[in-house]
Design a protein. Sequence first.
Length: 354
Amino acid sequence: MTLDIRRHDAPIDELEADWDRLLEPDHPGAAFRSFPWIAAFYRHARPSVEPCVLVAREAGQVVGILPLYRESTVLGGRRLRLAGDGVVGSDFLGIVALAADEERVADGFARALAREPFDELYLDGVLDGDPLARRLARRLRAVVRHRSVCPVVAIGGSFREYLAGRPAGAGMQWARRRRWLERQPGFRVDTYARLGPLDRALAELVELHLARWDHASTAIDSERVERFHFEALRGLARRGWARIDILSVGDVPVAALYGFRHGRRYAFYQAGRDPAWRQRSVGTVLLGMVLERCFAQKLAEFDFLHGEESYKLAWATKARNTVTVCASARSVRAVASRWSRMAWEHARGVARWI
């Protein structure tokens, strides 16, 4: 049957039920492709841009959703990007569709994008090998280039065996640090997954995160980004995906970890810690305890998402990659806009937060 692909010009809330039905919980990017994440992105993270949501239907039923947005280039052109990119730090963005339909839906969206008026197509944070990226490379001659490494722990066997395999004795060092903390009065780790308590836990995490970076964080850099996280977290909590763990000593929170549990995966998204406790590695101890829980629950993997920080590489057992997909219209303005963006990226060292 032929796919009918059109732009959805009504409020995206009308798509929520279909969005939830099509979202595959075992996809690495499920949380970032979810309705709560994307809806909060449009409302708070990038409220000034123009949403461009493409919907694929077959026999009247929604079979695919591609959430994009339009922004103006420095030369007054039109650039199409994936909703969820930029400052909110999403990975593995792309089509929302059932796995069985993803290939043909990706082909349909690639055809639709070939007809969409734009000067530049700039899709960032896409999983390497994603069906849409492959089809855009063929149909639009899009350039696909490496973006980020995303370290992963493949979970299998016992946590004790896993720890023993960490390089340079990192597993034994973590165990010693944990034992020291466990002996301190008022030591405990609380896990929050329900509405209400999650709001309070997120407020504590944000406070610890900003304290760690002396209020100069590039990940949570404004009140609008904080509003985004509070709204997205509530929506993910209703679906049972949100998790915040807080480590306390003497009943005072000293480390927090924010992540998503969906399907058989856990994605580590953000963290914070009290700078006064840095020498005791409270953040690392909490990270290891959450990872230990994932082993106990027999999940398939613990995903660190993008970033090649040394601590991630020490814990990880494998990695996946993200790419950026770029295509330009054949016009002087489009070419000039692309070169202007590339020069800016080079000057910023291809910064992650854009």
